[in-house]
Design a protein around this ligand. Structure first.
Ligand SMILES: NC(=O)c1ccc[n+]([C@@H]2O[C@H](COP(=O)([O-])OP(=O)(O)OC[C@H]3O[C@@H](n4cnc5c(N)ncnc54)[C@H](OP(=O)(O)O)[C@@H]3O)[C@@H](O)[C@H]2O)c1
Length: 278
């Protein structure tokens, strides 16, 4: 596993397991457990996925099966828009912890910026409260664009460590990436495989052939080459294992450029400027 380092000195595994659209059932528990047994130490969930209970059970079973300690893992969850407002953050955090069966998170994210800047700033102050009280190891944001970040950084005292956004070869996010670099905030990609759509792309398939890896592994490696934290979701044991076998090869500058050139600024998820959670 490789790690990225935040400006506060903490580290985060560059590959993790996504859990969006994984129902709160035994398959969810089994996939998280299998991921930990396969070497994943980083799991991404969110209150709104409604699966924190089974993700938590999978974490507990994964720890028991491997002998790893809680501190060997990096667990992320996210604050949903309905819980925004400084005074609501601590309770929402405690609810997520209780469901997950954990006593702290490694990373807590504001899931979306929302459409009201004052609420966004006020909510971030609630995130800062958690951080200052040492209840959470790191705080960050998700789906923030440059304008959201500029407004945030102008008005708050603690910077987010990371911004989790939609990122794949069809949505390169070049200007956001440059801005984050300057601010020393990391980028994390969601839907890195475009929900498996990008795996059918001819360029991706051709590069997979060239390097003797699967299209999914090429895309995950492309994220790593860009220094972007990547959280492919899978509930399929063989794919979970496959998605971690990305540290024994690299892409050439030419292959990275061919993938970058697929950019067409197209999203599969909502545009953060408009999204209010409905
Ligand atoms: N912050 C946000 O607003 C936000 C939004 C969306 C997602 N996320 C996070 O990002 C994570 C990843 O995004 P995502 O779940 O939307 O989609 P994704 O990771 O881009 O794609 C998941 C799909 O790809 C398939 N897949 C995974 N590995 C594969 C492989 N090696 N070969 C072939 N197919 C493979 C999965 O199938 P199987 O599961 O059937 O194997 C699933 O259908 C989420 O789970 C969530 O944690 C965050």
């Amino acid at each position: 596993m490789e790690y990225i380092s935040f400006y506060n000195g903490n580290e985060m595994p560059i590959v993790g397991l996504g859990t969006f659209r994984v129902e709160n059932n035994d398959e969810c528990k089994a996939s998280v457990k299998h991921a930990i047994e396969s070497g994943f130490t980083h799991i991404d969930t969110a209150m709104i996925y409604e699966n924190e209970d089974k993700v938590g059970e999978g974490i507990a079973e994964g720890l028991a099966a491997t002998g790893l300690k809680r501190s060997d893992l990096f667990i992320t969850s996210k604050l949903w828009l309905a819980d925004y407002g400084r005074e609501n953050v601590a309770e929402a955090y405690e609810t997520s912890l209780k469901k997950l069966g954990l006593d702290y998170l490694d990373l807590y994210l504001m899931h979306w910026p929302g459409t009201d800047e004052a609420v966004m700033i006020d909510t971030w102050q609630g995130m800062e409260d958690l951080y200052k009280e040492n209840k959470v190891k790191n705080i960050g944001v998700s789906n923030f664009n440059v304008e959201h970040l500029e407004a945030l950084l102008a008005q708050v005292s603690i910077k987010p460590v990371i911004n989790q956004v939609e990122f794949h070869p069809y949505l390169l996010q070049a200007s956001l990436n440059r801005y984050l670099d300057v601010q020393n905030i990391h980028m994390e990609s969601w839907s890195p495989l475009m929900n498996a759509q990008i795996l059918e792309d001819e360029t991706v398939k051709a590069i997979a052939k060239e390097v003797g890896k699967s299209p999914a592994q090429v895309i995950i490696r492309w994220n790593i080459e860009h220094g972007v934290v990547v959280i492919p979701k899978s509930v399929t044991p063989s794919r979970i294992e496959e998605n971690l076998e990305v540290f024994d090869f690299s892409l050439t500058a030419e292959q990275i450029e061919r993938l970058d050139k697929l950019n067409e600024n197209s999203r599969i998820g909502p545009d953060p400027v408009e999204y209010s959670g409905h």
